[in-house]
Ligand binder design. Structure first.
Ligand code: SF4
Ligand code: SF4
Length: 469
């Protein structure tokens, strides 16, 4: 057995949890990676140990040395949730897992995304906001309400840190909104005894060293700039609204600011054009920028969105909707190999899949320029799906409705992916069935992709272990 990563449990009965996924004969024949989709504990077992845990062989039929070895590992496996006392324990685990996910504040940091405007100086070919754009900037009244809303929630939910992402449209079209909100929150955070930091998610065209220098004292922690490939690829995908090229200006702006602030790079890629990533990294290396930049964040390009109610509209970079395409899963390995050749760290940690955040009472929120609050970025622009407005003290009844959905209760209770998937994307279910409660089951995809992710995770952990020892 290699290592432990889990929540404590006690006992020594042998029953493999239903929520374990086994990747057989990996990394070598006769060795098997066992992963618990709830605790995310991951262990390596030999064939005999696995057969014993599956109750296929009895302990007293094994050599005495093995009997001692396997008995010793039982408490640890119970702690990891990989072994349970009985099926009721598994069922109780699932119930409390979703209850915690739903009701508890998972982190001490509250992530809030604020759209200073939905207007943009770019016309990216895949933009997911294009059809919902109204060219509205956040006015002073909404800014005042946003500040009050954030401060009240921070206090009532006892968060210790506020992390705001300024987003758009292009947030730097409205730098005064950023400055006003950030300076107010900075002053308030000092008095309230909490930490306030923020980042800018920008296309980089209007990024200037002066602006960066003025925002750092207000809590600017990093800038995330989008670059989609080398010059021609980037310019074809991310042109100015007026039609001009953008790559050279962005590179010039990054170079002018990278000594003052950490600049991370978001790369939207097409799964059949991964060579664009290679070419971009090669360019950044030639310019001596590559190892001065912060992390790289890769996201697959999704179909351009249609009119409201068009199901192609679904897009969210951080949740499981990204992982419903097995080709995308394979592209992750290729990207990792490209990064290795440039000696760049892969910033992706863990399986990066979790049940739909829409159903969490406490968690990240997005506030649009009109003050509507969303729990899912796919819903931005559909005010009928917002969970409230910043001018109101309370969320609207839709927030409670989303939290109450519990689609996982309709799933077969032996699906090993239940803690990860929880019934699938709610927005997708709504578009397919006009009902947020329906299942959006992609078990065939999960059957393909989860073993790939487990192998990736195993490799990452073993590599980290090697470097740290
Ligand atoms: S939606 Fe499908 S894959 Fe997801 S937990 Fe339910 S049965 Fe399993
Ligand atoms: S409904 Fe949930 S899973 Fe689907 S895109 Fe929104 S947050 Fe992600």
């Amino acid at each position: 057995m290699l290592w432990v990563r889990s929540t404590p449990r006690r006992g020594d009965r042998v029953l493999l949890s239903k929520y374990c996924v086994i990747v057989p004969d990996y990394p070598y024949k006769g060795q098997h990676v066992v992963f618990h989709t709830g605790t995310q504990a991951l262990v390596l077992l030999d064939s005999q140990a696995l057969s014993y845990l599956k109750n296929e062989i009895r302990l007293n039929t094994l050599p005495p040395k093995k009997q001692i070895e396997y008995q010793k590992m039982l408490p640890e496996l119970r702690q990891m949730g990989i072994l349970v006392k009985d099926q009721q324990e598994d069922a109780a685990y699932l119930e409390s897992f979703f209850d915690q996910l739903k009701r508890q504040r998972i982190r001490k940091t509250w992530p809030v995304t604020i759209l200073t405007t939905d207007a943009c100086n770019f016309q990216c070919v895949y933009c997911f906001e294009e059809n919902a754009r109204r060219n509205i900037a956040m006015n002073l009244e909404v800014q005042t309400d946003t500040l009050a809303f954030i401060k009240n929630r921070m206090t009532s939910d006892k968060y210790e840190r506020l992390y705001v992402t300024f987003y758009g449209g292009e947030p730097l079209l409205k730098p005064a909104v950023i400055t006003h909100l950030a300076s107010n929150l900075k002053n308030w955070s000092k008095k309230a005894g909490v930490v306030f930091e923020f980042m800018l998610q920008t296309n980089g065209y209007l990024l200037s060293p002066n602006l960066v220098r003025s925002l750092i004292p207000l809590g600017l922690d990093q800038v995330r700039v989008s670059l989609d490939g080398p010059r021609d690829v980037h310019d074809a995908r991310r042109p100015l609204r007026s039609g001009g090229r953008t790559f050279d200006t962005i590179i010039k702006n990054i170079l002018a600011s990278m000594d003052s602030i950490k600049i991370c790079v978001s790369v939207c890629y097409e799964k059949d054009h991964l060579q664009d990533i290679d070419a971009l990294l090669s360019f950044l290396k030639q310019k001596n920028m590559l190892h001065q930049l912060g992390r790289f964040i890769f996201s697959p390009i999704h179909p351009r969105l249609g009119t409201p109610e068009d199901k192609n509209r679904i897009q969210h970079f951080d949740c499981m909707i990204n992982y419903q395409d097995a080709n995308l899963v394979q592209s992750i390995s290729v990207i990792r190999d490209i990064l290795k050749t440039y000696d760049v760290d892969d910033s992706r940690k863990g399986l990066a899949i979790s049940a739909c955040p829409l159903m969490r009472e406490k968690g990240g929120l997005t506030i649009d320029p009109c003050g509507y609050i969303y729990k899912c970025n796919s819903m931005i622009g559909f005010s009928k799906f917002s969970v409230g407005q910043v001018k109101d003290a309370q969320f609207n009844p839709r927030a409670d409705y989303f939290v109450s959905l519990d689609p996982w209760r309709s799933c077969p209770n032996d699906c090993p992916y239940l803690p990860l998937c929880g019934g699938g994307c709610r927005m997708s279910a709504y578009f397919k069935y006009k009902d947020f409660k329906e299942l959006d089951c992609h078990r065939d995809y999960l059957d393909q992709m989860i073993p790939v992710f487990i192998k990736e995770e195993y490799t990452r952990l073993t590599t980290e272990k090697q470097y740290s020892s």
